[in-house]
Design a protein around this ligand. Sequence first.
Ligand code: FAD
Length: 455
Amino acid sequence: MIGVVGGGVAGLAAAYRLQQRGHDVRVFEASEDLGGLAAVYETAGDPIEKFYHHLSKSEETIVELAEELGLGEDVEWRIGENAYYVDGVVHPMDKPWEILSFPHWSLYDKFRLGMLTLDIDVRGGIPSFDTYENLADFEDVPVEEFARDHTTENVYETFFEPLLDAKFGSRKQDVSAAWLLGRIKFRGERDILNGEILGYLDGGFGRLLDALVEAVGRENIETGTRVTDVLTEDGEVTGLTAESADEGATEHDVDSVVVAAMPNVLEELTGYPCEIDFQGTVCSVISMDEPLLDTYWLNIADEAPFGALIEHTNFVDRERYGGRESSDSRAHQNSSSSEDGEHLLYVARYIQSPEEDVWQQDDDEVRETWLSGIESLFPEFDRESVNWVKTARNPRTAPVYERGYLDMVVPYDLSEEVADGVYYAGMASEAQYPERSLNGGIVAGYEVADRIDQK
Ligand SMILES: Cc1cc2nc3c(=O)[nH]c(=O)nc-3n(C[C@H](O)[C@H](O)[C@H](O)COP(=O)(O)OP(=O)(O)OC[C@H]3O[C@@H](n4cnc5c(N)ncnc54)[C@H](O)[C@@H]3O)c2cc1C
């Protein structure tokens, strides 16, 4: 039997692929719920992810998996509009004329940023088309130095710096230029007249997880069961210890173990150290009767307790959250707010240190921090329109993509480093670079399954 540690998307994808190849698999998930960082809240209609989620056009494995599981028709490609909040004004940033009229940039600033996003290096006046081809060339270059050099000082200060502050906070100095270039390539397609094309699954990504669980077989998955030890003998895995409230500690014989969890779990179980630092996130979903924004994603360049406001129902129809026709089997009748569904807004902050105020706050305090932050940016915002606020927090939600990152990723096959039969498919694996994603988790799960199968 193969034991999989973690019932997030990576562990479930590994289990699914292994079973397809004829292996006997058992998934152990520490919490009562499956899905890990992709877990959902119930609403009056479709469930909603606790942490905002969408797909980029360049991500193919997750779309193929959705097709295999019979959900291919439900993958939707939608326009996710972006805007920038600077000095009290929201500037839409999708259409060419919106970008051209952004008042904080000169024509030259726009030209330089435009060339970088088209992968053309115009430094020195002679265009070069292959400078950015090999990301590894930029692995040791600090992102700030790179952005100032490859665009302009002003573009760095008015655009990249606020984004880096929101994403990496005090760690922004450590981030590599390779990460930024990877992100530019990763974002994928734009509709030239409308904006960025992003993917979503009708009904939420929870449906993909449910379909994976069904394919793997619920009887092969133990929730509320934490793996506490991986047992080895003569350099080979022989078993694992799993603990649950009902059964206490139980030993299971296994030929292989797939650790599909954060690298600290790998270290606890096997002693394998990983030097990648992780940041945490505090993220709330706010249900409102009224919309707050006209855009999906609003980056905030002003002082605020959050880095971005993400109005999910400006991306996905709000009718799905309580207002769908009853003929739709996923809709519920008990809409709690309005007949047309709820307006759902994500408010999130990445956390670099547990000392940060927002990390220390309880749910009521977080709610107050967000709502007063919104009020100071949008004086017309009316608290009375808020129906509910749900807050999720997790101490490890994203790696800090610092310089030299690729040297620190955890190999899929740890037979040399730990013991024969130990594999890793968690967020510190190569598939989760340059951005961690559901697709990356599935790729990591498959990479490991392929290696086990080929042994
Ligand atoms: C704020 C935020 C925004 C995001 N936005 C996007 C997005 O827009 N698009 C996108 O594709 N992705 C996005 N992601 C990333 C995506 O959610 C993750 O990449 C993916 O869910 C990671 O899956 P995983 O299985 O590797 O890890 P996890 O989801 O962390 O799963 C690991 C599981 O292992 C369990 N576990 C830990 N220790 C043990 C143990 N000892 N025994 C048993 N079980 C254990 C945990 O409880 C957990 O369920 C976002 C994530 C966050 C936090």
